[in-house]
Design a protein around this ligand. Structure first.
Ligand code: NAP
Length: 271
């Protein structure tokens, strides 16, 4: 068990690089102890050593391949039983570029295991623990591609739409005074994800690609403001509000006893 400091323990998945490593840095500096999760134990140890020295935080390395059922179960168990953990950053993820027709069954399965199965199971374990204690914060890292099927990132985008829905839906169930939820939707951000998924990072448009430090600092500022959905790039938050309002306007009309007249199925009452 980790020892609880004033800000409790934050568990960060995908902490060996990119967005997760930056969250680890910022959360240690905010006074959290840390549990760092990823496959590359050497990189996690290196980060842990630096953060212990710089911040005095208690930092533990938890090596896990989140596509491995045994590793995932060990982490769920830790979330269920370590009452010091009061913040989870569900961040580990991968991308899959190229057209859907180019992807094989194994690639799709691995991506879904990491970006959906692990995210949902860790969210479930964290939600149960936080709800029982009446406090805790769950941050799920999605992506703006969740909103953009037109960007042709079919299976990756669909996994990120899952993350957004999961967060919004879970907020209806348990969000409230003590339990905070946040979905963070980064746009293109300079990390290793591009090389890892076979993209040349040099091809990224610098005017539309964010530095990872700014991304995480903005995401944490959004958390502090109490935002359920944080889109660091979006200049005008009224655009998101309008999108939500348009969706909810449809809500009362999405389940009816009869199909709409335009389908020609229902016999009009006065026929
Ligand atoms: P990254 O630099 O490639 O880092 C990915 C992290 O996930 C690494 O720490 C990696 O560590 C870990 N990881 C990968 N596979 C894993 C596995 N099987 N088990 C456990 N950990 C695993 O990517 P990033 O850009 O920081 O991405 C973080 C999150 O942000 C992802 O969910 C991604 O979809 C999302 N996002 C990124 C961007 C972007 O442009 N960068 C945009 C939108 C959303 P190991 O290799 O050591 O396991």
């Amino acid at each position: 068990m980790t020892q609880a400091h004033s800000h409790g323990t934050a568990l960060v998945t995908g902490a060996s690089a990119g967005i997760g490593a930056t969250y680890a840095d910022r959360l240690a500096k905010r006074g959290h102890d840390l549990i760092l999760v990823a496959r590359d134990a050497a990189r996690l140890e290196e980060l842990a050593t630096r953060l212990r020295a710089e911040t005095g935080a208690d930092v533990e390395v938890f090596r896990a391949d989140l596509t491995d059922p045994a590793d995932l179960a060990r982490l769920e168990d830790r979330l269920a039983h370590d009452s010091a953990i009061d913040l989870v950053v569900n961040n580990a993820g991968a991308a899959l570029f190229g057209g859907f027709l180019e992807h094989g069954p194994e690639q799709i399965e691995n991506l879904v295991r990491l970006n959906i199965v692990a995210v949902a199971r860790l969210a479930n374990a964290a939600a149960k623990a936080f709800n029982a204690r009446g406090r805790g914060t769950l941050i799920n890292v999605g992506s703006v591609v969740a909103l953009l099927p037109e960007y042709r990132s079919v299976v990756y985008g669909a996994t990120k739409a899952f993350v957004l829905y999961l967060t919004q839906g879970l907020n209806e169930e348990i969000g409230g005074a003590g339990v905070k939820l946040q979905a963070v939707l980064p746009g293109a951000t300079r990390t290793e994800i591009w090389e890892r998924s076979g993209r040349d990072p040099a091809a990224l448009d610098p005017a539309r690609t964010m530095d990872v430090d700014e991304l995480v600092d903005a995401a944490l500022a959004g958390l502090d403001k109490g935002e359920l959905v944080t889109i660091p790039s979006l200049l005008d938050p009224a655009e998101w509000d309008a999108f939500q309002a348009a969706r909810l306007k449809m809500a009362p009309n999405l389940s009816n006893a009869h199909p709409a007249d335009r389908y020609g199925v229902r016999v009009p009452i006065d026929a």
